[in-house]
Design a protein around this ligand. Structure first.
Ligand code: HEC
Ligand code: HEC
Length: 365
């Protein structure tokens, strides 16, 4: 153990010198390419457009934060921070390393690689519409966006800046930050709070509400194929055999509770307790493989097969997945057409514009 500590200390020292050296050759550091006033982050593409601002604020505590109002300058700074390796202790890993825009801001591998090349213990989650959700992470351990955004920075596997007080000092040495902080907050002071505020603003601006489903919702789904309509009915129908919307409800196809969906007879990761995990939003799910908290399924077909006949009885299993005898897991008995229809419906939730929108892209590229 002692030896290990020495090694870790040596690594940390090396990392420190790596930072110190890079500072001397700023020209080798990438600089974000930004054009003042290029993007409008206040133009949210809300899937909830039929609700008033007041209704949204009261339904979703993170929709707005009066202490941290969304501005273009704040979100622009947040975008730079999101993609900047300087947010990890050895400059290797940014938020964007594990949250890829083309993958719905998820990571196409079951477990992501952190700053010391260690693996995360859970699958990276896709990011969209965070301001319209109530809490974050697979076990819902964060409920305020301004707090959530600093947790990966401190995480010992992900970015490794365990003492957050180090971060403002580190960023103050990076040539492009003072001006960005000044634009966002009125002066160039860099604080932990301002970092968290800017990141939270950026996440708040990341709204995805422009899928074929959203188009359809406005025109009685005349843009849907027959197969997609069958899938939608199976997914959302109150009395449908699939019962997906019992958990994945509303316009984000997410849930406010955590549920155990019988992935295993014995859970190793208990999630929020008893194998219950956040019911994730299914927007952009077609591009965010692999699936589930441990990334065990590679395709939507595998996910549907799980719900159809793979659910395992276990003490925490959600009631809606238990059969009528109360003794075993439900078998849905979906036909092959029905399975295809469910997959086709899930694919209508992809928002191509969001996946390509330059305002959410990596400014260092
Ligand atoms: C090393 C990979 C990695 C890095 C770096 C990383 N994340 Fe994540 N992110 C994950 C994983 C894994 C989870 C799920 C963790 C869990 O539930 O315990 C996650 C979850 C999230 C969630 C929760 C989404 C939801 O639906 O609840 C948000 C938001 C998020 N990350 C934002 C960020 C931000 C902002 C940064 C940078 C400050 C960041 N992440 C850096 C891997 C990473
Ligand atoms: C009992 C509640 C419940 C029901 C019913 C349910 N789900 Fe889920 N779903 C969840 C939970 C919870 C997760 C995450 C589970 C985990 O990782 O342990 C999940 C995960 C998923 C995922 C993976 C998302 C990702 O980002 O990894 C997909 C896809 C999905 N469900 C589709 C469906 C479909 C299609 C149906 C109907 C056949 C359905 N779900 C029925 C609760 C439910």
């Amino acid at each position: 153990m002692k030896n290990l500590n020495h090694v870790v200390f040596a690594l940390a020292t090396l990392a420190f010198f790596a930072v110190a050296c890079q500072k001397d050759s700023n020209s080798s550091l990438p600089t974000p390419k930004l054009v003042q006033g290029q993007y409008d982050y206040l133009d949210l593409n809300l899937p909830f457009s039929h609700f008033s601002e007041d209704q949204l604020s009261s339904a979703f505590p993170n929709y707005k934060n009066v202490e941290n109002p969304l501005t273009n300058e704040g979100a622009t700074l947040g975008r730079v921070l999101f993609y900047d390796g300087h947010l990890s202790i050895n400059n290797l890993i940014s938020c964007g390393s594990c949250h890829l825009q083309s993958k719905g801001f998820a990571d196409p591998v079951p477990f992501s690689t952190g700053f010391k090349l260690g693996k995360t213990t859970r699958n990276s989650m896709s990011i969209a519409n965070m301001s319209l959700q109530r809490n974050y992470f697979w076990d819902r351990r964060a409920s305020k966006l301004e707090e959530q955004v600093m947790m990966p920075v401190q995480n010992h596997i992900e970015m490794g800046i365990e003492k957050l007080g180090v971060l403002p000092i580190k960023l103050a040495e990076v040539p492009y930050y003072p001006a960005l902080f000044e634009a966002a907050f009125g002066d160039s002071e860099i604080t932990e709070e301002r970092i968290s505020f800017a990141l939270a603003q950026y996440l708040r601006s990341m709204v995805s509400g422009n899928s074929r489903f959203d188009e359809g919702a406005a025109n009685e789904f005349s843009n849907f194929t027959e197969l997609e309509k069958i899938g939608m009915e199976l997914f959302t129908g109150w009395d449908s055999r699939a019962g997906c919307a019992n958990c994945h409800g509303g316009l984000l196809f997410d849930g406010w509770s955590s549920e155990n969906i019988g992935l295993d007879a014995v859970y190793t990761d208990q999630g929020q307790g008893d194998g219950r995990f956040k019911v994730p939003s299914l927007r952009n799910v077609a591009v965010s493989a692999p699936y589930m908290h441990d990334g065990r399924f590679n395709t939507l077909e595998e996910v549907i097969d799980h719900y159809d006949n793979g659910v395992k009885m276990n003490p925490g299993l959600s009631w809606s997945l238990i059969d009528s005898t109360g003794q075993g897991a439900k078998r849905l008995g979906l036909t092959s057409i029905e399975k295809k229809a469910l997959v086709a419906f899930l694919k209508t939730l992809t928002d191509e514009q969001y996946l390509k929108d330059p305002k959410f892209s990596d400014p260092f590229k």
